[in-house]
Write a protein that binds this ligand. Structure first.
Ligand SMILES: [Mg+2]
Length: 346
């Protein structure tokens, strides 16, 4: 959760009208409306990019740093029998590293706050924490400390510090006419989660993609270094939801062509809605000006990282549309992942 501050140098995001909270429950207000109500927070000048982007950017010791935090919660993001404790730890690290990737940075330090029932096996908790540390080490990052507290369900929260590139990728720079690209494939993780819900011992590519997402750190860093993207975000809550954040921050609309969505044959069989709204893909979505398309394709080949063109940015008043091959609008009733929606357990 971060929002770009007016001192960030980039265009300030247009403000949505704040909703009244009154005596309503969080699941009645909704995750994103709640965050809009909370923000912006007042901040000192050291805050280069404040709440509203994938990470905050802070200035300290003559350098810029990326800050982010995210939790995985039993019963919301996973069930305990869906993966090993080590995989849980890795996942807690990777979902944070993905936000660092979305800004073009590199993970450096993390803190782990674990909450677990007293009955939880100490060896399993150790294994989970070692999973975090091993994933960090693979990226050249270290676990600098943490905290353990009692709770009814298992929660692993990671707070991460990353080094910032000279020009961090922000959600806010996309312009009308820019092309929209996404890395990798969409929908596998959502399909994997669905399979695990039916059978916790399920195996296969989709389940693997759910258990062990691969944040696009190299691709994000290369995009930032070459200043190839006008805006970027990681796809954590579903393509449409995250595209909505990018469009909102940039003050543009978008048209997505469903026939262009990169999907595995398995996901294609289930349907493109899974790729649009499934969530937890941890791929990068970016906007690129038309004149840079060739450079992006050369970079993709060099990195061995597929970038698929899925649509383009249009005028804000046209909103966010999804069209099929005939050009028919098929976007009605599509949404992403709001943690407090009552049907959030998908
Ligand atoms: Mg993100």
């Amino acid at each position: 959760m971060a929002r770009e501050s007016s001192r960030g140098g980039a265009k300030s995001p247009r403000r949505r009208r704040a909703v009244a909270v009154g005596r309503r429950r969080i699941d009645e207000v909704g995750e994103f409306a709640f965050l809009d109500r909370l923000l912006p927070l007042p901040g000192p000048r050291r805050l280069v990019v404040g709440p509203g982007d994938d990470c905050a950017v802070v200035r300290a010791g003559g350098a810029d740093w990326l800050l982010t935090t995210d939790a995985i919660v039993e019963g919301v993001h996973f069930e305990r029998d869906w993966m090993s404790p080590e995989q849980l730890g890795r996942r807690a690290y990777l979902v944070n590293a993905s936000d660092i990737a979305a800004m073009g940075g590199a993970p450096r330090y993390c803190l782990i706050s674990a909450a677990a029932p007293g009955s939880f096996l100490a060896a399993d908790l150790l294994a989970a924490l070692r999973g975090v540390a091993a994933a960090a080490a693979a990226d050249g990052a270290v676990v600098a400390g943490g905290n353990l507290t009692a709770a009814r369900e298992l929660v692993l929260n990671v707070a991460m510090i990353g080094s910032a590139p000279a020009h961090p990728l922000l959600r806010s720079g996309a312009r009308v006419g820019d092309l929209l690209f996404v890395t990798g494939r969409l929908g596998d993780a959502a399909l994997g989660r669905r399979q695990l819900r039916r059978n916790p011992r399920a195996r296969g590519v989709a389940v693997h993609r759910f258990r062990e997402p691969e944040p696009r750190l190299r691709a994000g860093a290369a995009l930032a270094r070459r200043r190839l993207a006008t805006a970027a975000i990681d796809v954590s809550d579903g393509l449409l939801q995250d595209l909505g954040h990018l469009c909102h921050a940039s003050g543009v609309g978008a048209v997505i062509e469903v026939d262009r969505l990169p999907m595995s044959p398995q996901v294609r069989r289930v349907g493109w809605r899974l790729a649009l709204a499934g969530g937890e893909d941890y791929e990068l979505l970016c906007a690129v000006s038309v004149r840079n398309e060739g450079r992006l394709r050369r970079l993709a080949a060099k990195l061995g990282c597929p970038f698929t063109r899925i649509g383009r940015c249009v005028d804000a008043h046209r909103g966010l549309r999804v069209v099929n091959a005939r050009g028919d609008d098929v976007s009605s009733e599509m949404g992403g992942f709001d943690h407090f929606r009552r049907d959030a357990k998908k």
